[in-house]
Design a protein around this ligand. Sequence first.
Ligand code: NAP
Ligand code: MG
Length: 398
Amino acid sequence: MEKIKMTTPLVEMDGDEMTRILWKMIKEELLLPNIDLKTEYYDLGLEYRNETNDQVTVDSALATKKYKVAVKCATITPNAARMEEYDLKEMWKSPNGTIRAILDGTVFRAPIVVKGIEPCVKNWKKPITIARHAYGDVYKGSEMKIPGAGRVELVYTAEDGTQTKELVHNFDGPGIVQGMHNLNKSIESFARSCFSYALDTKQDLWFATKDTISKKYDHTFKDIFQEIYDAEFDEKFKAAGIEYFYTLIDDAVARVMKSEGGYIWACKNYDGDVMSDMVSSAFGSLAMMTSVLVSPEGYYEYEAAHGTVQRHYYKHLKGEETSTNSVATIFAWTGALRKRGELDGNQELMKFADRLEKATIDTIEAGEMTKDLALITTIENPTVLNSEGFIKAIAKRL
Ligand code: NAP
Ligand code: MG
C-alpha cells in the first residue's frame, strides 16, 4: 500500500517517562507504516530542556506559530525531587505554561466516549468539552487578613493621579478580604477561542457566570462574549446550525447534569478548574481525556490530559510489564493529523485520522483493553493487554 503523503510538517513535541515510550510505539506501529510522516521534531524531554536552558520549549512554541499545528507528549513539570533526579540547573517552568504564554490560548478538554466505559451520569451520551479561561480571578488575587475594626476600600489610581474609590466593608472586628482582576484583552481572546472552536467542531457553546450578583465583574464577561458573538460569529453559527447559549452558572450546572452532552462548556478560571475534574472523573478515566490548546489566531496544540505516568515508567525500567493506556496520546496524534489535513486540504490524511480513531475505539469495544479500563468496563471478561499489546491490537484492526 502506498503511504499517505503530507505537504506541511506537524510540530512534534516529544516528552518524558512512560508517555515517551508510548510515543515511540505509536509512531512505529500506527503512523510510520501508513503515513509518509513529516514532522519538525522538538525534544521536550526534561534532559534536553535542561541542556538547552529550556530554549527548546520556546522554540517549539514558535514553530507552532509557524506551522499552526503541534502534537505534544506529556512532560515532567520539575519539582524539588526532579531537581535531584535529573540534576537540573534550574527548576524549569511547566512546558505547558510556557507554550500557553507564547500562544495565548485556551485549553479544551474532551472525553473519548466508548461503549463499555459508561459515564457515572447515565444520560450523558456525548462528550462534554470544558474550556477553561486560564488567566486571572482568584488565581492572581491578593488577599489580606484584617486583624480588627477598620475600613477596607478598593482604590484605582489613574495615570493622571485621579482616584476612584469603592468601599469593600467597614469592619467592626477581624475578617478577611480579597482583591482580584481580569483583563478585557484576555477575556476577548478567550471568547474568540471558544467561538472558533465551537465552529470548528460544530458543537453548541455554553457560557455561564454569576452576572446577577456580580454586576460589574462577571457582567463584563457576559457582555464581552455577547459583543464578540454579535459582531463576528452570529452569522457563522447560524450557517453551521449551532447555538451560543448564555445562562447563570447555577442554572448551567443543573442543565449539564440533565443533558446528553455534545457541547462545549466555557468556564471562568475557577469554574473550569472545578468542573473539569468533575466532568473528567464522571466520564471514567483521565487516560481517556484529550486536550487541545487553541489560540485566538488559530494555532492548535494537541495532547493527552494525563501526565507522564511515572509509576508505570519505574516498573518499565525494572523490566516489569506495564499496561499503560495510550488512547489519549493516540487521539492527540489523530487530532493533529486531522487538523493538518484540514488546513492543507489533504483528504487522505483526514480519513486516516478517522480510521485510526475508529480502530482504537473498536478494539476497546471488542473487549481488548489496558488494565485501567478493564477495571471499570461493563464489558464481560475483557482481555487485558500490556502497553505494546494494546497498540499492536489497534494496528491489526487498522
Ligand atoms: P499521571 O501521569 O497523570 O498519572 C497518575 C496516575 O493515574 C498513574 O499512576 C496511573 O494510576 C493513572 N494514569 C494516568 N494516565 C494513565 C494512563 N495513560 N494509563 C493508565 N493509567 C494512567 O500523574 P503523575 O504520575 O502524578 O505525574 C507524573 C508527571 O506528569 C509529573 O512530573 C507531572 O509534572 C507530569 N504532568 C504532566 C502533564 C502534561 O504534560 N500535560 C499533566 C499532568 C502531569 P496507577 O498508578 O494507579 O495505575
Ligand atoms: Mg484542578
